[in-house]
Design a protein around this ligand. Sequence first.
Ligand code: ADP
Length: 466
Amino acid sequence: MRLKTKIILICSLVVLFVSAICSMAAFYTMRAGYLDTAMGQEVQRAADCFSYIEDRIVNLQLDRGKIDRNVMEYIIKDTAVKAGVGNLACFYINHTGEETAVYNDTIFESQDLEQADYQNVSDHLEQTKIKRGKQYFGVYRSQNSSYSEYQIYMLADITYVQNRINLIGLGLVVLILFITVLSYVVLSAMMNKVLSPLQELNASAKQIACGNYNQRIMVKQRDEIGELSDNFNQMAEAVEIRTHSLEESEKRKTLFMGNLTHELKTPLTAISGYAKTLLTVKLPQEDKEEALSFIYEESCRLERLSKKMMNLLLLEEDGEIVRKQISAKELFSSVQAVCSGKLKEADMEIECHESGQMFLVDRDLFVEVLVNLIDNAIKVSSQGNRVLLTAGEHSITVQDFGKGIPEEEQEKILEPFYMIDKSRSRKSGGAGLGLAITVMILKKHDCRLKIESTVGKGTRMILQFV
Ligand code: ADP
């Protein structure tokens, strides 16, 4: 059963229960009051009848012990007409105690009246209720000393009272049902309004489950449901970001694996091809040497590649680095020492500019970063060009005057195995991993790499410390 239906049903049942209890209390109070008033009036009428009968007996100077049955019938009828009662029952009691009706215009037998449960209302009067098709209220003169042979009852038809009470009861039942139905309708409308954000929440959760992670809810209320919607949005945001980053990392991994396989396959195919030729074909000495030197070069390339791969993996796995304050001067001279051979080979010079700046870095890793960048600068520059190494307050810049990097390539070259000119890069010993390793090391130093480059003029690689 849905939550909305449950709440509505529970509330409607509570309304039904409470209104039923209130109505019952009101009904019984009204019923008692109504009956008491009606019976009080009838008791008064009966008392009047009995005193009228008494007066007639006195006026007619009758012998109280021996009143003729016809006379008694006349008195009773007369009383009934005068009092407007019409329901007087009079029974003659003979010496053995048997009763016969003297006057009785009702359908009562003497047994009905005998079996009734009388209650005292005054000195000589007792009252009771008798059911005989209709509801009768009876008053009985209990201590009849004046006309001891006769027993007289005044019987009033109070069915109308009972009918009215029944009508009131029915009215109350209808009222209860009406209140319950009304409360059901009002509650349904209210619940629809109150629970509509939950329905929205439900629909959004389904959408997210189907992969639409950008699904959000408009928060309209500032209550618990509003809070829930807020939290849901935050959760959806977190799920979207996480899923996006997982997708990205999955894509990167797939690309990485594809590139790695390719990079490994190319030299291995060449090595195995040359080795097979050496084994199966008798080559002149010159060709043999050429084949062997090719195998050697490709093996070296594989070795370099595996070293770089190891570096990349170690950097990814081992999160901690040891940072120490080091002056720019010391850092630059270490870099110069490592790169001097290659610079000389390319007939290039490195110009260092620093003014005593200090950097909090892992010395070896940071030297590797700068060597990578200078290495790239040498590869893309022409003979005789310079490379500038400049320390700023919170930055270090490596500038070359080489061929530059097209704008659309500037982000791509940071990806592992990405090379702008693959064959040239491979020839110069590259595998497209240098900048990927550089970015990873910089990340561990809270440092970012900014590329400013103009094609044909050169590139500035700026390392900015945050
Ligand atoms: P590799 O190890 O093969 O040099 P990198 O990741 O260091 O790979 O560089 C990726 C590619 O970016 C290189 O193949 C090169 O084409 C390009 N590149 C890097 N630095 C520069 C630069 N200073 N000027 C022009 N192109 C560059």
